[in-house]
Design a protein around this ligand. Structure first.
Ligand code: G3P
Ligand code: MG
Length: 291
């Protein structure tokens, strides 16, 4: 055999071996957000609507607070303005968490940006503006992973031009595609996201009344998603075992009491959404030291 042939065969062998060995790592990377900071304990501290016990929820101060508290991920809620811009806000109505009135979806971005979304929480935050999703992603890029929850009110039947496609475009614009996980109670959004980009990590938000008695694993498989998000009250400890066996990350919300945090830590859930990331970090560290 001549030298060229031998070099070719050796090269092909090395290429395929590396490919096979790297496979599990690559597929894992595709289905879970890559964290910027992690203590490698395979447990995620997720700041629910930012550090929302100390700052007005879903605002830039709440997101900055979450980074300062060293949360590993920020969860935020996405709605759409009447002129089709994704904005960060939880409620369908403006009344409770801003000085506006009525449905958010009836206002243009320009109108929404004149609202005060801080003073309902404290005078200190009077004049705080509703963030656009772009502003939040730009801030998070290079700093902290995001769970982008698409609110049901923002979802339509259309695959193109809707909140999912626009949000995905923003994620890609800021190079955040490996550092986000999308989620929604509206399963149309999950299907749209996976059609638009099968590699983008997506979690199903569990709702007992819509689960048709399916187990978490069955639901995850049915919708072809990567992770399972569930409220503390609906979550059953035994689900954790099954999800773990199948390597399905599962994240539980919204937990601010240390006793509940410890209960979930002992069930080995993948992460907890909390309004108090500083407290969760403390409880998790203490729990891990005792283990
Ligand atoms: O994404 C977890 C949690 O935020 C879902 O409920 O109502 O707080 O958006 P909600
Ligand atoms: Mg939410």
């Amino acid at each position: 055999m001549d030298r060229d042939k031998l070099t070719f065969i050796a090269g092909a062998f090395i290429f395929f071996t590396i490919g096979i060995l790297a496979q599990p790592l690559m597929s894992q990377d595709l289905s879970l957000p890559v964290l910027y900071h992690s203590n490698d304990d395979s447990f995620l501290v997720i700041a629910h609507r930012g550090a929302s016990a100390q700052y007005p929820e879903n605002t830039m101060p709440a997101f900055k607070g979450a980074v300062e508290m060293e949360a590993e991920m920020i969860e935020l809620d996405v709605m759409m303005s009447s002129d089709g811009v994704p904005v960060v806000f939880h409620d369908a109505r403006l009344d409770d968490h801003s000085d506006g009135k009525g449905l958010l979806k009836d206002y243009t971005l320009r109108e929404l940006r004149t609202l005060d979304v801080g003073s309902w929480f404290s005078e200190q935050y009077r004049g705080e503006k509703m963030p656009t999703l772009e502003e939040a992603i730009e801030f998070a890029s290079g700093k902290i992973a995001l769970n982008i929850e698409i609110k049901t009110e923002a979802v339509s039947d259309e695959l193109h031009g809707g909140v999912e496609e626009k949000s995905l475009e923003l994620v890609k614009k800021y190079g955040m595609e490996d550092h986000v996980i999308f989620s929604s109670f509206d399963y149309r959004a999950l299907e749209h996201l996976k059609k638009l980009d099968p590699a983008i990590p997506v979690a199903l938000l569990y709702n007992r009344s819509e689960s048709e008695n399916m187990s978490p694993l069955e639901l995850v498989r049915k919708y072809g998603v990567d992770a399972f998000n569930c409220s503390y009250n609906q979550f059953k400890k035994k689900w954790s075992r099954e999800l773990k066996e199948h390597n399905i990350p599962h994240f539980i919300y919204t937990v601010d009491q240390p006793r509940r945090m410890r209960r979930l830590l002992s069930a080995e859930v993948s992460g907890i959404f909390t309004n108090k990331p500083d407290l969760l970090k403390e409880v998790a560290t203490e729990f891990q030291e005792k283990e």
